[in-house]
Design a protein around this ligand. Structure first.
Ligand code: F0G
Length: 455
């Protein structure tokens, strides 16, 4: 049989509240045409993010009961420390409440105003944390990583020539180099082992430490196994270990491949920054043996990290995105190719080719998916990345994408079949989809709270 089944069965369920189109029309209107303002209960399929939204396993729920909530020296800390040391090969583990806290603690300890940090693509919070400190966050992904329709195996790779040029010209400003696996901002695209190895060597040549953003390290490892020659028969934990072996440290949002609803950490190979990092941690997050997490959360993560590297799970996980991609192809809907690990990014311009950018086609498509089928995605287009200038004119983003990000182990194949039908129906009725205009917006991160009306 060629169907790849979900490699788990369901032990506990959470009902979805069904809604009608007429109800959704009212609900979206009340949310000022902004799906961020909807109540989650009014959403049928919530693909807003894969972060912290997944289902935990029965083993994780069992582990939660084992949580040691001692303030200092909790057993749960030592248990997780051992798991993380084994997976990463790094000596030092610093728990935080989520990924952006790991970034903030590390950057505060190591960066200063005027610095520059290269990365394939900085995720929003990474960029935000750096820029807040007056540090320049430079994206150096290979050119192919910015071309949605081009098919390549590792579109998350960093452009090594570009980085070398920056190291030569700006070396004095660079405290370390970063690399995000997989590259979320570029479509959840993986980075090859060869690229990780070469980037590490380059940073070493210039005497710079190498920090990885490893939210989706297991998905990246599976892509290496499936696409990079020489790794076909390598077990995932060995691939992961090799990836980490090139780095000096990493920041992690455990809400992704850690398979938990909250949590994060920093790992470091040497103790050079450790005192500084730990004292910042105590100020910002908590005592070093719990950081920002409860003892039970440390336990759930110790189990989740191992489950996240299970090969049957990862094969099913990557196949899910690919499966939806195939259905979109059949419906003539364009998307970022190949599909990434955690999400599918629809190219709204292929559904609404005639809608002016000023009417925000990706936002309009997002609304249409909700109205037609109760699906919630995220616009990655000119509402998120455009700006209203002083003179009232607007700047626009180069792409109009809708990201559908998949919570882990939560939605079944019939949910995906349903979503594919909804998207195809929306495409059929594209002529009736209305654009929007912004009626109210804040200065920064306007997509979260802006209000809209139909044009
Ligand atoms: N780095 C990457 C690559 C991420 O995708 C995220 C979060 C973070 C860091 C920050 O982690 O949320 O735990 O503080 N990405 C989520 C998303 C929010 O929807 O893509 P966090």
């Amino acid at each position: 049989p060629k169907t790849l089944i979900e490699p788990f069965r369901i032990k506990s369920v959470e009902p979805i509240r069904m809604t009608t189109r007429a109800e959704r029309e009212q609900l979206l209107q009340a949310a000022h045409l902004n799906v961020f303002k909807l109540r989650a209960d009014d959403v049928l399929i919530d693909w807003l993010t894969d972060s912290g939204t997944g289902a935990m396993s029965s083993r994780q729920w069992g582990a939660i009961m084992e949580g040691d909530e001692s303030y200092a020296g909790a057993r749960s800390y030592y248990r997780l420390e051992k798991v993380i040391q084994d997976i990463t090969g790094m000596a030092h583990f610093i728990p935080t409440h989520q990924g952006r806290a790991a970034e903030k603690v590390l950057f505060t300890a190591v960066c200063k105003k005027g610095d520059l940090v290269p990365n394939n693509c900085h995720f929003d919070t990474t960029r935000g944390n750096l820029e807040y400190m007056g540090v320049e966050a430079l994206d150096c992904v290979e050119a192919v990583g910015l071309q949605p329709a081009t098919i390549a195996p590792f579109k998350g790779n960093i452009d090594l020539a570009r980085v070398e040029e920056v190291l030569q010209k700006e070396g004095a400003r660079i405290p370390f180099g970063m690399l995000t696996v997989t590259n979320n901002t570029g479509g959840g695209q993986p980075v090859s082992m060869a690229n990780i190895r070469a980037y590490a060597a380059l940073l070493k040549k210039y005497g710079k430490p190498f920090i990885m953003d490893v939210c989706r390290f297991a998905e990246n490892a599976m892509f290496i196994k499936m696409r990079e020659s020489g790794y076909e028969n390598t077990p995932i934990p060995d691939i992961v270990r090799e990836m980490f072996s090139y780095a000096d440290g990493a920041t992690m949002s455990a809400k992704k491949d850690g398979m938990v609803n909250i949590g994060g950490f920093i790992v470091l190979r040497s103790d050079e920054w450790l005192d500084e990092v730990r004292s910042d941690l105590i100020m910002m997050e908590g005592f070093p043996t719990y950081g920002g997490m409860a003892g039970r959360d440390l336990e759930a993560l110790a189990v989740g990290l191992q489950e996240g590297m299970d090969e049957d799970y990862l094969r099913y996980r990557l196949r899910t995105a690919e499966y939806l991609g195939e259905k979109l192809d059949e419906a003539g809907v364009g998307f970022v190719r190949p599909t990434g690990g955690h999400a599918v990014y629809i190219d709204a311009k292929t559904v609404l080719p005639d809608m002016p950018v000023a009417h925000y086609p990706a936002w309009a498509l997002c609304n249409a998916l909700y109205l037609e089928g109760g699906i919630r995605g995220v616009e990655i287009g000119s509402v998120m990345f455009g700006k209203r200038l002083q003179d009232g004119t607007e700047t626009y983003h180069s792409m109009e994408l809708v990201r559908l990000a998949f919570p882990r182990r939560m939605y079944t194949q019939s949910h995906f079949d349903y979503a594919a039908e909804v998207i195809a129906e929306v495409k059929e009725q594209a002529a009736s989809i209305r654009g929007v205009k912004i009626t109210k917006q804040p200065k920064f991160l306007r997509h979260f709270t802006a209000e809209f009306d139909w044009v």
